[in-house]
Design a protein around this ligand. Structure first.
Ligand code: IVH
Length: 705
């Protein structure tokens, strides 16, 4: 339904048709709300959503009897998923790095050898097991009793679903001869057979059916009423663990065997592999078996088998170095590209989006896909090389779409033989469709960007949405829909305005349709609760280009406090200075990210917005991973040859213990670890009076991994 025509034919509807139509629209809006607010996966565009609501409102205005008190036209967004208590995981629940082909798996294996200093001939075993397409769960047992079950949430804090999982038959309630404290982690899923039966029952009862087993499992587990969960056939595979009072074994395989012996369902396809060839053979075998396994898997997970090596390899901010998910190729489908629309993101990027005739791809209905940028539409990549043999994409074309895991669908190819004779190449706009500013493409950048900065309403609103998103400020009751509404009112322009909302617009909000004293108070309490936020969330919330969750976490741990971070970024404006080099020396910090940070916080319209924000809130200092270690907070430089661990391992170990690792010696260096062959750095350290130690002394400081 085209947006501007949404209300037009309402005047011609009969009373009976209007009633049916209103019911259909209410259901569609409720479904869109649900997808947007509860599952964070919008199913329709904002424009389509607005059109649905406008049409419903038009019907309600013409037939007031149809304007039910709980109509979505009276509510702002969906009620937040209240009711589950929050659980802070004793150990964070991490995700996995992905590999999409054998070459990336080979690189993973080679990276591990390099990190550990193992040559190609040294034995290195892995386990390979199916990657279950469900949702992860952490189960805590104390004295053999199940005391708590929590969803992953954002990895640090999840939801308490203990009562719900008591009804999952694969999850034991009591264990015998278990460690005193045992956190078992794994995947909740629904089998194909149970999923079909559940959907058949739902359809017969006129209830909503689920798009795929994963959604069904998630929807069933996150039921506030445990009796509903009990009636849903959920299963569980254990594959990992969190806090433990004693080890489960010396290897991944032993630990899994122990979990099996304790009574957990573990995946029977788990295989120990002696090397790359064996791992890839398991992948091929599982890919062939995929359709007959009886449950959804979306790839194979490889893990270093030896747990002592896992400990040495450790973690990056959100993923372990010792594991990777080798994903199955995406599923494909053909459909019509109806329109190309341009969305303006929070960094001003003009992103083309394909509006598609809805089509099912791998069990999910897809009606939007990303088109990346103007070159992609034209059939070129950033270097000018041809993609799709140079075939461009046009409105009206037949296109092939695919989904890879959870990522947004993409357009892979186009069938030019089905193209209309009068179709025209797509002309990418050179002005921002939202604010009319020039849209500029810098040399070397694949993306055209609106030059309007925070004066562009689309950029401002997207920045605000990002600011309140789940991994950022996560303010309960303040989601994308509310941000849009408040922005339209002129109440919010930049993040600081959120914290003055009560003072400036509190009374107006309480009077607003769909709100009231109580809901306004709830929102203000939720906002107040965020006047102090963890530093990593704050840095991520700023929405600086290239600074995602993981870079934000790394920066927070490195600098510790907002003041130190800001001083460093301000100082790094001078690219000859120490602050710039320190920024670049941080593990995982590339030059592009560093430049983006410096530009955004020193020179752009963001600078003032950040200052305004910091007048309202404060950042909780980041705790170093092991704050009480002997080297926590110290700056260490390594030089010369290390014989017992590689340079990468030494750096990761020092950082895990809360130290900073720098590339060059300065007056701020606390310790220089000098192996054989140390040269100028050792001399400089001596001249500056910096403490110099050898590898043996370093190993004593760093302790066993
Ligand atoms: S291991 C520290 N093993 O995949 C490693 N994860 O994309 C923790 N998953 O969040 C994960 N099957 O929910 C592991 N055999 C398996 C898995 C698996 C499915 C999920 C898990 C994780 C996600 C990462």
């Amino acid at each position: 339904m085209a947006g501007q025509h949404a209300e037009e034919d309402v005047a011609r509807l009969s009373g009976a048709d209007a009633r049916a139509e209103a019911a259909r629209l209410r259901a569609a809006v409720a479904q869109a709300n649900e997808a947007y607010h509860r599952r964070d996966t919008p199913e329709i565009s904002d424009a389509a959503y607005d059109a649905l609501k406008r049409r419903l409102l038009a019907i309600e205005q013409r037939f007031p009897a149809l304007a039910l008190p709980d109509s979505p036209t009276r509510a702002v967004g969906a009620a937040p998923a209240e009711g589950f208590a929050k659980v802070t995981h004793a150990k964070p629940m991490l995700s996995l790095e992905n590999a999409f082909d054998a070459e990336e798996v080979a690189e993973f294996e080679a990276r591990i050898r390099k990190f550990l200093g193992l040559d190609a001939a040294a034995p290195l075993a892995f386990t390979a097991e199916p990657k279950i397409d469900g949702l992860s769960l952490s189960l805590r047992y104390e004295g053999g009793r199940l005391v708590q079950a929590a969803t992953r949430g954002d990895g640090a804090v999840g939801e308490n679903v203990t009562e719900n999982v008591r009804h999952i038959c694969d999850i034991p309630q009591h264990l015998t001869r278990a460690p005193e404290v045992l956190e078992v982690r794994g995947e909740v899923y629904m089998s194909h057979a149970d999923f079909s039966a559940l959907n058949a029952r739902a359809a017969a009862a006129g209830d909503k059916t689920f798009a795929n087993p994963r959604n069904a499992a998630a929807g069933s587990l996150r039921q506030l009423d445990p009796r509903i969960t009990a009636a849903r056939p959920l299963r569980f595979f254990a594959y990992s663990w969190g806090a433990l009072s004693e080890p489960l074994g010396a290897t991944q395989s032993d630990a899994i065997a122990r979990l099996t012996a304790l009574g957990f369902a573990t995946n029977p396809q788990t295989t120990r592999c002696d090397g790359l060839e064996a791992m890839l053979a398991v992948y091929r075998a599982l890919e062939a078996q995929r359709a007959t396994l009886g449950y959804d898997i979306d790839g194979v997970v490889y893990k270093v088998d030896d747990l002592a090596l896992q400990r040495r390899l450790g973690f990056r901010s959100t993923t372990p170095r010792w594991a990777i998910a080798h994903k199955f190729p995406a599923e494909l489908a053909w459909t019509r590209l109806e329109r190309i629309e341009i969305q303006v993101g929070r960094t001003g990027a003009l992103s083309p989006v394909a509006r598609l005739a809805p089509v099912t791809v791998g069990g999910v209905v897809v009606s939007n896909a990303t088109l990346h940028n103007e070159d992609y539409i034209a059939g070129r990549d950033a270097t000018g090389a041809l993609i799709r043999e140079g075939r461009d994409l046009r409105e009206g074309d037949w296109v092939q779409v695919y989904r890879a895991g959870d990522v947004i669908p993409k357009v892979a190819d186009v069938d030019v033989s089905r193209r209309n004779f009068d179709s025209q190449p797509y002309v990418f706009p050179h002005v921002c469709p939202e604010c009319g500013s020039d849209a500029v493409r810098e040399p070397g950048d694949a993306v055209r960007r609106c030059s309007g900065g925070l004066a562009c309403p689309a950029q401002a609103v997207e920045k605000l949405k990002h600011f309140v998103s789940r991994a950022a400020f996560d303010i309960e009751g303040l989601g994308a829909k509310q941000i849009e509404a408040f922005f339209r009112e002129g109440w919010l322009r930049e993040p600081a305005d959120i914290f003055t909302l009560r003072e400036k617009h509190g009374e107006q909000l309480a009077l607003r349709e769909g709100w009231g004293e109580k809901s306004a108070q709830n929102l203000f309490s939720a906002i107040e609760a965020r006047r102090r936020v963890p530093l990593a969330r704050l840095i991520f919330a700023l929405g600086i280009r290239h600074v995602g969750e993981s870079a934000a976490a790394t920066l927070a741990t490195h600098y510790g406090t907002w003041e130190a971070f800001l001083a460093a970024v301000r100082g790094a404006d001078d690219t000859d200075g120490g602050a710039w080099h320190e920024l670049l020396s941080i593990d995982g910090m590339g030059e592009v990210t560093a430049r983006s940070l410096v530009t955004s916080l020193n020179h752009s319209s963001d600078r003032a917005a950040v200052e305004n924000l910091m007048a309202e809130i404060e950042a909780e200092p980041a705790t170093m991973p092991t704050a009480d270690s002997a080297i926590s907070g110290l700056t260490i430089v390594f030089t010369g040859t290390l014989e017992r661990m590689t340079r990468a391992e030494a750096k990761a170990r020092a950082e895990a213990l809360g130290a900073k690792v720098a590339g060059s010696v300065s007056a701020r260096t606390d310790i220089l670890v000098a192996g054989p062959g140390a040269g100028s750095k050792a001399r400089k350290a001596e001249a500056l009076g910096v403490k110099v130690i050898d590898e043996a002394a370093w190993l004593t400081l760093a302790g066993a991994p």
